[in-house]
Design a protein around this ligand. Structure first.
Ligand SMILES: *[C@@H]1O[C@H](CO)[C@@H](O)[C@H](O)[C@H]1NC(C)=O
Length: 383
């Protein structure tokens, strides 16, 4: 200890040396700690890490869900192809991947929920209807017509309207009163915009998964779609019951490619989806699925990069789970407006571009006149 010899006593010198050594090591420790943690923050998390935290999230029976970026192009291998730790990202897909889409990173909370609606029940069908706060008239028309929970005698039906949050109109109070009256509204705190429709659908799926997993079937539809719930149940779902698992049907869209024309309603940028093919999906105007698929779709969504086209996105999730879409026996699901006639509407499940008063008019006319219609013979190959 030559540096202090002669100035301090040996005891004092030892004390000072120990203090110096302590200070220096602590400083080095601090520096290395901060370097390490900022390094971690800058590093993209591996998919393994994601999957681990998502699993525990899902275990908490998510009333919410968390959106993360998974593999690029919204693609995952079907479940049966997945093995072990294959998901570890290579530098390549780290690079070309997922920075583009503003991905909501926090779970969304329910603002309005119906946690008890399905308690002690095993419904036959849950109707999940996409709507916005302003569409009161549409909701009322649907309540009084095809969406009435007693519309199909002997079938336990639950109706839920799905909404995001609407900052502009501040319809909070009005909506709350509507919800207290009808108990058929669920709402989460994401902005209610066209580009957030995927979040809305996933909210519905996670509601079914969390509060009504025993439902036999569920259907996602829109508030401008007429749904002949009677025909849906009596013709498609009851007589020759479809499988209770992994069953998904609707207006099949197969072999579709992303639309790059900015004027299109279905435009999607290369940034949001760089691939050039979609997996098969069903038009979001109306698709029907077995209750088990709600949880599977939510689970898949935790690992698949988000895109704003909800129906295309659900197709990605089905593909990831190895679920094949079952086409309906004939054109039951129409994505256009079928001109009204009682016998035409007696034989269909969906018709699009329906005004509020038409929901009621068509439904009531149908009930009055359908006994006069000839039953259609179903030929298996027909579509
Ligand atoms: C979707 O909702 C989130 C959460 O409220 C919001 O931050 C985001 O801007 C919305 N996205 C679009 C495209 O509207």
């Amino acid at each position: 200890m030559s540096y202090c010899s002669g100035i301090f006593s040996p005891t004092e010198c030892t004390k000072r040396s120990l203090f110096l050594i302590f200070t220096v090591s602590f400083t080095i420790y601090l520096i290395s700690y901060f370097c390490h943690s900022s390094h971690l923050a800058a590093q993209p998390k591996s998919n393994d890490l994601h999957m681990e935290s998502e699993k525990s999230l899902l275990r908490k029976l998510s009333t919410n869900f968390k959106q993360i970026s998974g593999k690029q192009n919204g693609e995952l291998p079907p479940e049966n192809e997945k093995s072990g730790n294959k998901a570890t990202p290579t530098p390549e897909n780290e690079k070309s991947g997922n920075k583009a889409m503003p991905i909501p990173t926090r779970p969304f909370a329910f603002i309005i929920n119906e946690e008890e609606k399905c308690k002690g029940r095993t419904p036959f069908l849950v109707l999940l209807i996409s709507t916005t706060a302003a569409e009161v008239e549409r909701r009322n028309a649907i309540r009084r017509s095809w969406g009435s929970e007693g519309a199909v005698p002997g079938a336990d039906v639950i109706r839920l309207f799905m909404l995001g949050s609407d900052t502009e109109g501040d319809k909070g109070d009005v909506l709350l009163r509507e919800s207290e009256q009808h108990h058929d509204i669920i709402q989460q705190d994401f902005l209610d915009t066209y580009n957030n429709l995927t979040l809305k659908t996933l909210m519905g799926m996670s509601w079914v998964a969390s509060y009504c997993s025993g439902t036999r079937f569920a259907m996602k539809t829109d508030s401008d779609v007429f749904v002949n719930t009677m025909h849906l149940i009596e013709k498609l779902l009851r007589p020759l019951p479809p499988p209770t698992q992994n069953y998904f049907t609707g207006h099949l869209m197969a072999g579709n490619s992303p639309i790059r024309n900015k004027a299109s309603k279905w435009y999607i940028s290369e940034e949001e989806f760089p691939g050039n093919r979609y997996h098969p999906f069903c038009s979001g105007t109306g698709y029907v699925f077995s209750g088990d698929l709600a949880a599977k779709i939510v689970e898949a969504s935790l690992m698949i990069k988000f895109i704003h086209l909800e129906d295309v996105y659900v197709g990605f999730c089905l593909h990831a789970k190895g679920v094949e879409i079952v086409p309906p026996p004939y054109s039951l699901f129409n994505i256009h407006k079928v001109p009204f006639s009682p016998c035409a509407y007696n034989e269909l499940i969906t018709s699009h571009h329906i005004e509020p008063h038409e929901h009621i008019l068509y439904w009531e006319t149908l009930q009055e006149k359908k006994h006069m219609c000839q039953e259609r013979k179903v030929h298996p190959g027909e579509s």
